[in-house]
Design a protein around this ligand. Structure first.
Ligand code: HEC
Length: 136
C-alpha cells in the first residue's frame, strides 16, 4: 500500500515532464515558423527553397551553415547568426538588397575576396537570402 502513492507521484512527475517537453518543442517550432515568416516578408523570397538552393550551389564547400546538411566547412566564415551581423563580409551594411548583391557577385563588391561569383540567379539569390535571414 505504501508503494502506490510513490508510483502515482512518479507518474505525475513523468507526465509533467512530458508536457513540459511538448511545450518547449511547440514553442521552438512556433518561433521557427515566425522567423521564416519574417524572413520572407523582408526579402520576398522563400526560405525553404533557399535552403535547397544553398545545397545546389555548393555553398557548403566553404561555409558552415546551420540547418543545411553537411555544411560544416571552414574555408569562409560560419553563417550562423548571419542575419544579426551589422555588415555583409565586413564591407556592406547588412540589408536584404546588399546581401543579394553580395551573393550574386562578391568580387564586384570586394575584388580581393576569396568568395567566387557562382552565377546565382535573381530568384535563387532572393530565396537564399530569405533562408540566411532566418539565421538570427
Ligand atoms: C570558394 C569558397 C566559397 C563558396 C563556394 C561560397 N563562399 Fe561565401 N564566403 C567565402 C569567403 C572566403 C567569405 C568571406 C569573404 C570576405 O569577408 O571577404 C564568404 C562570405 C560570405 C558571406 C558573408 C558572411 C559574413 O559574415 O559577412 C555570406 C552571406 C556568404 N559568403 C554566403 C555564401 C553563399 C550563400 C554561398 C553559395 C551561393 C557561398 N557563400 C559560397 C567563401 C565562399
Amino acid at each position: 500500500m505504501k508503494v502506490r502513492p510513490k508510483i502515482t507521484n512518479l507518474c505525475k512527475i513523468a507526465a509533467a515532464c512530458a508536457l513540459a517537453a511538448l511545450f518547449v518543442a511547440g514553442e521552438s517550432s512556433c518561433s521557427q515558423v515566425e522567423l521564416e515568416r519574417q524572413a520572407s516578408a523582408m526579402t520576398g523570397g522563400d526560405p525553404a527553397k533557399g535552403r535547397e538552393a544553398i545545397s545546389r550551389y555548393g555553398c557548403a564547400t566553404c561555409h558552415t551553415i546551420p540547418g543545411v546538411k553537411g555544411a560544416d566547412a571552414l574555408v569562409g566564415p560560419s553563417l550562423e547568426h548571419v542575419a544579426s551581423r551589422s555588415y555583409v563580409a565586413g564591407v556592406l551594411q547588412n540589408t536584404p538588397p546588399n546581401m543579394i548583391r553580395w551573393i550574386q557577385n562578391p568580387p564586384e563588391v570586394d575584388r580581393l575576396t576569396a568568395m567566387p561569383n557562382l552565377g546565382v540567379t535573381d530568384t535563387d539569390a532572393r530565396d537564399i537570402v530569405a533562408y540566411l535571414y532566418t539565421l538570427k
